[in-house]
Ligand binder design. Structure first.
Ligand code: AP5
Length: 209
């Protein structure tokens, strides 16, 4: 299956995408993770993207579309994929139409203040991209990734003022995609409140898995 995870920052797209990808045995493709790896390695792409990410703005379309097109052409994506963080505006959605046929768009929605709490409490593993939350999803050992044992960190863009800018960026530029995919009959709305397992159950239900 080829699935898009749509939703504002902190809704739980990454957390749910990992579980869905494991279940369907397809890759989880997160444009945010790919960009962060490039920033960490100080590649040309990372150096270009960093200032936009730190400010809570979208990285320019030409850069992100080329990067995603390249990733979708890799052999593991032939069987399907869970696309997390792309597309983020109508130009990216139009580009994606030319790259792959999408089966469903899972639209996670949540109260804005809950989005802020989720993002400001998030810790991530810079080595394997695992995601934790200080209150709702802590690692077994404080500060240490359960999966690979690396020291976990907070994302630069999870400071409250940047989180609020990211939510505004989502409302202005990405939210119009809800109507876009509804018009195509692909949208599956899922309320993202409650335990991670409960949200997962709702997603499996709307996808009939
Ligand atoms: P990206 O990394 O994609 O960030 P985002 O879309 O803002 O989404 P997040 O990663 O913040 O949240 P999420 O919904 O995945 O939530 P998560 O599962 O982590 O993008 C970062 C930046 O890169 C962008 O701002 C932009 O600059 C750039 N970028 C990326 N793609 C781009 C594109 N296509 N075009 C242009 N620029 C692009 O969960 C959040 C927290 O909540 C975690 O702590 C988690 O443990 C916890 N949690 C999850 N589910 C639950 C639950 N049910 N109950 C309690 N806690 C939960």
């Amino acid at each position: 299956m080829r699935i898009i995870m749509l939703g504002p920052p902190g809704a739980g797209k990454g957390t749910q995408a990992v579980k869905l990808a494991e279940r369907l045995k397809v890759p989880h493709i997160s444009t945010g993770d790919i960009l962060r790896r490039n920033v960490a390695k100080k590649t040309k792409l990372g150096q270009h993207a960093q200032k936009y990410m730190a400010a809570g703005k979208l990285v320019p379309d030409d850069v992100v579309i080329e990067m995603t097109a390249k990733r979708l052409k890799e052999p593991d994506a032939k069987r399907g994929f869970i696309l997390d963080g792309f597309p983020r505006n109508l130009a990216q959605a139009t580009a994606l139409d030319g790259l792959a046929e999408i089966d469903a768009v899972v639209n996670l929605f949540l109260d804005p203040e809950d989005l802020v709490k989720r993002s400001t409490g998030r810790w991530v593993c810079p080595n394997c991209d695992a995601v934790y939350h200080v209150l709702t999803n802590p690692p077994k050992r404080r500060g240490v990734c359960d999966k690979c044992g690396s020291a976990i960190i907070q994302r630069e863009d999870d400071k409250e003022e940047v989180v609020r800018t990211r939510i505004r960026t989502y409302d202005d530029q990405t939210a119009p995609l809800v109507a876009h995919y509804k018009g195509k009959g692909l949208l599956r709305d899922v309320y993202a409140s409650g335990h991670i397992a409960e949200v997962q159950h709702r997603i499996l239900e709307v996808l009939r898995l």
